[in-house]
Design a protein around this ligand. Structure first.
Ligand code: GRF
Length: 203
């Protein structure tokens, strides 16, 4: 399975995928890492792992459509079976999402459908939630609304800050994302009828 990973930042989830591949628990070819930010630290992680890197600076494009079209051309050059969004902080156009329907995953740091969008940890703390978590989901046109694949829950502890809570969630991200990508790579996971299916059973 050929995988292209899209990032915008530090790339700790990318690192988790690289580590899982190196340990042999993820049987996928990490073909390329594409960042919309030239300074994303994840690009260095990719280079260290000898994975091709590409930078497509969204500020150089006149429109979202033009940026997404250029990105699709870049991605398709690697002939991926799966596109993995790992902290890619751009909203995608419907045309882009449709092009990769059923073969694009995202990870979102909340127990979706709670807290779609940004600042999820702060919102969970402000709401006084006693638990929080993270969701891997297929990407559909509904922002952070595609069918869930796997979730992990963490407790919210007294005295938690955005940072301590985010760190606790991120540890779970690094476990469940490689797992979901491996399911897809092993042809166990698919999206149909706007649902996720694992081994032929609805999730
Ligand atoms: C993660 O919290 C992920 O859930 C969110 O963006 C963050 C990316 O972190 N979508 P990293 O770049 O993988 O470290």
């Amino acid at each position: 399975t050929n995988v292209v990973v899209l990032i915008s930042g530090s790339g700790t989830n990318l690192q988790a995928l690289i580590d899982a591949r190196d340990r042999g628990v993820l049987n996928a070819e990490l073909c390329a890492v594409i960042s919309n930010r030239p300074d994303a630290y994840g690009l260095q992680r990719a280079e260290r792992a000898a994975i091709a890197t590409e930078v497509l600076d969204h500020t150089a494009f006149a429109s979202r459509d033009a940026f997404d079209a250029a990105m699709a051309a870049l991605i398709d050059g690697y002939r991926p079976d799966l596109v993995v969004l790992a902290g890619f902080m751009r909203i995608l156009t419907p045309a882009f999402v449709q092009r990769y329907a059923g073969r694009m995953l995202n990870i979102h740091p909340s127990l979706l459908p709670k807290y779609q969008g940004l600042h999820t940890h702060r919102r969970a703390l402000e709401a006084g939630d006693r638990e929080h978590g993270v969701t891997v989901h297929f990407v559909t046109e509904e922002l952070d609304g595609g069918p869930a694949v796997i979730q992990a829950r963490v407790p919210v502890r007294p005295g938690d800050t955005v940072e301590t809570l985010a760190n606790r969630v991120r540890q779970q991200e690094h476990i469940i994302y490689p797992m979901a990508v491996q399911w897809f790579s092993a042809a166990r996971l698919r999206m149909a009828d706007n649902r996720s299916w694992l081994d032929g059973e609805p999730l």
